[in-house]
Design a protein around this ligand. Structure first.
Ligand SMILES: [Zn+2]
Length: 253
């Protein structure tokens, strides 16, 4: 088993990234404890097994799991993480249950049953103390939740504030995304580091937030989005879907 490439962002927050879409798996610990919160472990089966091995080798026990939202690449688990409780927001939990067949399809072929059985087995919560504070909104996906780790001033942003992905708003629409981004702002302002669900953590959180703000403003104004993320794989299609979502949300004249 190859050891995965971990980055210690702070004393309590470490992250590693999947080969697929640079999906972040994040571990949050508490001072003096070997019990950790595991957020969005991803992604392919060999990587999940590697994560389990790494945690064991580091002497860490998974006390709880957390899924930032109900998309297939954020609802994964591995038997090696143990049988600890797994959580998501109430809205994301309901969505994961309702959309389970589609989520399994989205994983693609070749997944062992021991992993598909564990997809999306989350329970609803609106609090994640003592690990941090949940910021629950409906941008990107119903019940999407960021996790604010106050002692370290780290914001785990889920599928927002990414340097790879544009805001993806086709699922819940422009207004929900706008409101979600606004809800994140006070946390971003205080944050030392923002960790997006895909792409690179940043020590310049407001720049990331403003990039998303500018993109949304351009969408709303119907002007060209001058956004370097448009050059990334799948993003032209995502941008087209966003334009459709905005057009559909405009009242008919
Ligand atoms: Zn997502």
């Amino acid at each position: 088993m190859t050891q995965r490439d971990w980055t210690d962002l702070t004393d309590s927050v470490r992250v590693c990234h999947s080969a697929l879409y640079a999906t972040a798996s994040t571990v949050v610990s508490r001072p003096g404890s070997n019990e950790v919160l595991l957020v969005d472990p991803a992604w392919v089966p060999s990587e999940l097994a590697g994560l389990a091995t790494d945690l064991t080798d580091a002497g860490l026990t998974v006390a709880a799991g957390f899924s930032t939202h109900a998309h297939h690449d954020h609802l994964l688990w591995h038997p090696g993480f143990g049988a600890s409780p797994r959580y998501a927001s109430p809205g994301a939990t309901a969505l994961a249950e309702r959309e389970r067949p589609a989520l399994l399809t989205a994983l693609g072929p070749g997944w062992p049953t021991e992993l598909t059985d564990l997809l999306g087995r989350v329970s609803a919560t609106d609090t994640l103390e003592p690990w941090g504070e949940l910021v629950i909104h409906n941008a990107h996906s119903t019940g999407h939740a960021a996790l604010w780790v106050p002692d370290d001033r780290v914001l785990l942003a889920g599928d927002m504030l990414s340097d790879l992905e544009l805001p993806l708003l086709q699922e819940t629409g422009f207004a929900a995304y706008d409101a979600g981004l606004t809800a994140l702002r006070p946390y971003v302002e205080r944050a030392a580091i923002v960790v997006p669900g895909h792409g690179s953590p940043t020590g310049a959180p407001m720049e990331r937030w403003l990039a998303d703000r500018r993109y949304l403003d351009a969408l709303a104004a119907g002007t060209d989005a001058d956004d370097e993320r448009l050059a990334n794989p799948d993003m032209p299609q995502a941008h087209a879907a966003n334009l459709t979502a905005v057009a559909e949300s405009r009242p008919a004249e």
